[in-house]
Design a protein around this ligand. Structure first.
Ligand SMILES: NC(=O)c1ccc[n+]([C@@H]2O[C@H](COP(=O)([O-])OP(=O)(O)OC[C@H]3O[C@@H](n4cnc5c(N)ncnc54)[C@H](O)[C@@H]3O)[C@@H](O)[C@H]2O)c1
Length: 439
């Protein structure tokens, strides 16, 4: 394919040279003439293992060139990849000035450049941009008037390379994600990345834009987590390297898919208790652990957001499907669902509860005490069947995926169904009152 790459920094140079090495004809564009000169001489403008060789060979083969003239790069180009910087503004948001300028350059260049065969040019953002950016900044290329012969399809294709192993990562990315609702862009990107033996994840623009932030935030959170653990344990004379060496060997719960689906607040007899203990251990040694320490307040915010959401409606009759902190247990200690029920009762709402497992007649010990301290009259609120609990309910809050209960929720079709679970299935999700807790 004939490809224009806008921005010859770390991402752009690796992308341009990488694509050229796999047979595409690439013209890189940069507003910085020094970067363009470097590539024209067969040298890389950035330092990365392997990039020098890749640029030199690609330029020597005639498949990679560089220019400051967007018009030259756009000549007959099938695809433009926008790899310009999106630095932090003074307020902390992404500065989209370079992206906007690149899009203007692209549009202006279409006046003079020859369109590709077939006339469809795919404009792809590889820079990291907040959700909604592609639609806002690139959308006008699709909906607005373009010079004769040009038609534009847009896509977001986030880049996952890491500096220091950029070339290696480019050829072995964790995944290839293409955000677009345009079939023409899907076809173009399938061809562009055909050299990678990866299935492409086709998603909408917003999902592709968000993914990169989720990845980077997770990396940052992991580093901070390990460091906060280190600082607490060091105060107790424990070598956290040893702790974490073993920690990472748990690929069932620790370094795994577990606990990574958006849903409702955590609870139960261990997590809140042990987080509080960890905070106390840190405090006792004057160690601050702001990230781990804020997990409980973040959790509380989620509980409050669900309660407020219901209180902001005119509905006063609420049914909770699921009471324990997770399915298949009757443990009610620090269950966020119980907390929600208690707050509704406190606000004078009419509350009914169905839990396929929790049976107050069978609860004993700490469980019973916890229930009694939270909801003294819970016996009156608990229904024996989901139908009974749902009878007359305007709002249903579902945290259990018990099949019988979900059938009853679907049949009752309440005014508002708040899904705290995340995988209740199509029948519930297609109800007109359905709303996810954070989706
Ligand atoms: N650096 C990384 O490891 C990495 C990895 C993945 C994603 N990203 C994202 O990719 C984007 C680019 O990152 P980078 O590190 O390569 O940035 P960079 O600052 O190294 O390079 C950006 C280049 O764009 C050029 N530029 C600016 N305006 C231009 C225009 N109108 N036309 C042509 N060129 C223009 C600049 O001169 C510069 O050379 C950012 O959004 C970044 O967040 C970076």
């Amino acid at each position: 394919m004939k490809v224009a790459v806008f921005g010859l920094g770390y991402v752009g140079t690796v992308t341009a040279a990488g694509l050229a090495s796999r047979g595409h004809h690439v013209v890189g564009v940069d507003v910085d003439p020094m970067k363009v000169d470097a590539i024209s001489r067969g040298q890389s403008p950035v330092v990365e293992p392997g990039i020098g060789d890749l640029v030199r060979r690609s330029v020597a083969s005639g498949r990679l060139e560089a220019t400051t003239e967007a018009r030259h790069a756009l000549e007959c180009a099938d695809v433009s990849l926008l790899c310009v910087g999106t630095p932090s503004s003074a307020r902390g948001d992404s500065d989209l000035t370079y992206l906007r300028r690149a899009v203007e350059d692209l549009r202006d260049s279409m006046r003079e450049a020859t369109p590709p065969e077939g006339g469809v040019h795919t404009v792809v953002v590889r820079s990291t941009v907040p959700p909604g950016t592609c639609a806002k900044v690139l959308g006008p290329l699709v909906t607005g008037e373009l010079p004769q012969g040009w038609s534009v399809a847009i896509a977001m294709c986030p880049e996952f390379l890491r500096e220091g192993s950029g070339v290696e990562d480019f050829f072995a990315p964790p995944f290839v994600v293409v955000g677009t609702d345009d079939a023409r862009a899907q076809v173009a990107l399938r061809e562009l990345f055909a050299f990678l033996s990866h299935d492409i994840h086709y998603v909408d623009l917003g999902t592709a834009e968000s993914l990169k932030y989720a990845c980077n935030a997770f990396h940052a959170v992991k580093v901070t987590f390990a460091n906060e653990m280190g600082r607490v344990f060091a105060a107790f004379g424990v070598d956290s390297r040893r702790v974490m060496d073993i920690f990472i060997q748990d690929t069932k719960l620790n370094v795994s898919h577990a606990y990574l689906r958006p849903g409702f607040a955590f609870g139960g007899s261990c997590l809140p208790k042990d987080l509080r203990a960890l905070q106390s251990m840190a405090r006792s040694h004057d160690v601050e652990i702001p990230m781990v320490g804020s997990a409980l307040s973040s959790n509380e915010m989620l509980v409050r957001s669900v309660v407020d959401r219901v209180l902001q409606t005119e509905y006063r009759s609420v049914c909770l499907v699921g009471l324990s902190f997770k399915m298949d247990t009757d443990d009610l200690r620090e269950s966020p669902n119980l907390e929600v029920a208690e707050r509704f009762v406190g606000k004078g709402l009419d509350v009914r509860i169905y839990d396929p497992i929790v049976n107050p007649d069978k609860l004993i010990g700490a469980n019973l005490r916890h229930l009694q301290s939270k909801l003294a009259h819970v016996n009156r609120l608990l229904a024996a069947t989901p139908e009974e609990a749902l009878d007359g309910a305007e709002v249903v809050i579902v945290s259990s995926s018990d099949a019988e209960a979900l059938r009853a929720v679907t049949a009752a079709s309440p005014k508002l169904v708040i899904d705290l679970h995340g995988r209740l299935g199509e029948d519930v999700e297609q109800l007109s009152g359905y709303a996810g807790v954070s989706w």
